[in-house]
Design a protein around this ligand. Sequence first.
Ligand code: FES
Length: 156
Amino acid sequence: MTNSTTIPADTAVGISRRAALLIGGSGAAVALVGCSTGPAATGDAAPTDQEGATTSDTGGSTEVAKLADIPVGGSLEASLNGKPILVSQPTAGKVIAFSAVCTHRGCVVKPVGKEFDCPCHGSKFDAMTGEVLGGPAPSPLVAVPVSVTGDSVTAT
Ligand code: FES
């Protein structure tokens, strides 16, 4: 009994050279076929940056909004160091801010009334606390420390 396998040319069409070399091989070779899928897939493309906004690396504070622009009981979109944040004013003169990066898969949430809504999978957050109101998000939005000086809201 021989250990060689001959593949007729007409049946080898459509089989990669590697697969053809492995046909008739050992179990280990078959296992390699399972590991060889060509170019690596890029995997899940969801953003992974859950850090949220941070203060600039210069050590100074950065203005993120004007107090007068934030509706009392509402919020607005802003950015800090190029990252999206949400700035809310629960009561007159009291300002809080959150990273706009959804804690589920990293999409950017948007202010909708007294909520922040995620367009990707429907998570909803309380715009005044960042707490999860519904959806798959596992945790509240990350708070961004801010302070108010006059009409200027700055990240600290
Ligand atoms: Fe926001 Fe999935 S990324 S709900």
